[in-house]
Design a protein around this ligand. Structure first.
Ligand code: RIB
Ligand code: CA
Length: 308
């Protein structure tokens, strides 16, 4: 059993990652979920997280984190996720309890209370996770690894060089990469191969209620992706969860990875592939994925949740 904490900015792909984690309860124990300003404002991404959790009658504890990055101004992504941050489905806005504790205290207490190591899952800018490991350095030995969707060694998606999550908070990302805690990086190199096809999206439309919710999410997300040249839809954040459930579906290489914090290359993640530094290999960079296994993980999760 893997004990995890998910920090996210729902976000269409965040939502699908959360649903898949919930459905894989025989392997994953979600200690809590925290939100971070990213795809949309903290208020909007938190409302989206509440809607997803309420939709599947979850009782996973939820807390809110930082509204924006450590030093930079928040950059949101309505062009990709819409004005709500999760356009497409309609939710009746049922309420869902939110912890009175901020995400950093919330995560600290969950980790300290757990008698096993915990995996941190970062699906948005890494501000909350960076603050957690800075404020509570004693947690280092209690964290197995940090599985992030972020970065990319070959290209960006918010600038030609930088991926959105590491661009929004490069200092947060740098704290994570420098922490000494092992990182598993699902960067664009692998996430853009982790695509669901239009046909697979359409197959969800007339299935159960959770599959139909995923259809509504992916139908919007697919249309939105066309402006960036995508035909099918990369489910970026799902990679960071899928690795925990079934790492065998991925291939990757360990490198020393770091991130540029300022200037034109702000948010660019780079790897020491030629061993020209004396830095240890801090990151397993995922590079390949069995796409069919990846999509099956999602479809199986949705089918299970349909039946609950
Ligand atoms: O670049 C993709 C990442 O940015 C994903 O986490 C998506 O949800 C957005 O936050
Ligand atoms: Ca995200």
């Amino acid at each position: 059993m893997k004990n995890i904490l998910i920090d996210c900015d729902p976000g269409h792909d965040d939502a699908l990652a959360i649903l898949t984690a919930i459905a894989n309860a025989e392997k994953i124990n979600i200690l809590g979920i925290t939100t971070i300003g990213g795809n949309q404002t903290l208020e909007k991404v938190t409302a989206n997280a509440k809607n997803i959790l309420e939709f599947v009658n979850s009782d996973i504890p939820l807390a809110t984190g930082q509204s924006g990055p450590l030093t930079k101004e928040l950059r949101i992504a309505p062009e990709a996720h819409g004005d709500s941050g999760m356009d497409g489905p309609y939710f009746n806005g049922e309420d869902y309890p939110i912890s009175s504790k901020n995400a950093i205290t919330f995560m600290y207490e969950k980790i300290m209370k757990c008698d096993q190591k915990v995996i941190l899952v970062g699906l948005g800018p890494l501000t909350n996770i960076a603050l957690l490991i800075k404020v509570f350095p004693e947690l280092q030995e209690k964290i197995e690894y940090i599985s992030i969707m972020g970065g990319g060694l070959n290209h960006g998606n918010v600038t030609p060089l930088s991926e959105f999550n590491t661009y929004v908070d490069p200092e947060g990302a740098q704290i994570v990469f420098h922490s000494g805690i092992p990182v598993v990086m699902s960067g664009l190199d692998v996430t853009e191969k982790a695509e669901i096809t239009v046909k697979e999206i359409d197959s969800l439309k007339d299935k159960g209620r959770v599959s139909h919710l995923a259809y509504e999410l992916l139908h919007f997300y697919n249309k939105s992706g066309r402006q960036f040249g995508f035909i099918h839809s990369p489910i970026h954040d799902l990679c960071a969860v899928a690795y925990i459930v079934n790492p065998e579906m991925f291939s990757g290489t360990s490198y020393y990875v770091d991130v540029v914090t300022d200037g034109k290359a702000r948010g660019l993640t780079f790897a020491d592939k030629r061993l020209v530094t004396d830095k240890g290999k801090n990151t397993l960079v995922l590079e390949g994925v069995d796409r069919e296994m990846f999509v099956c993980l999602l479809l199986d999760a949705l089918e299970l949740l349909d039946g609950e």
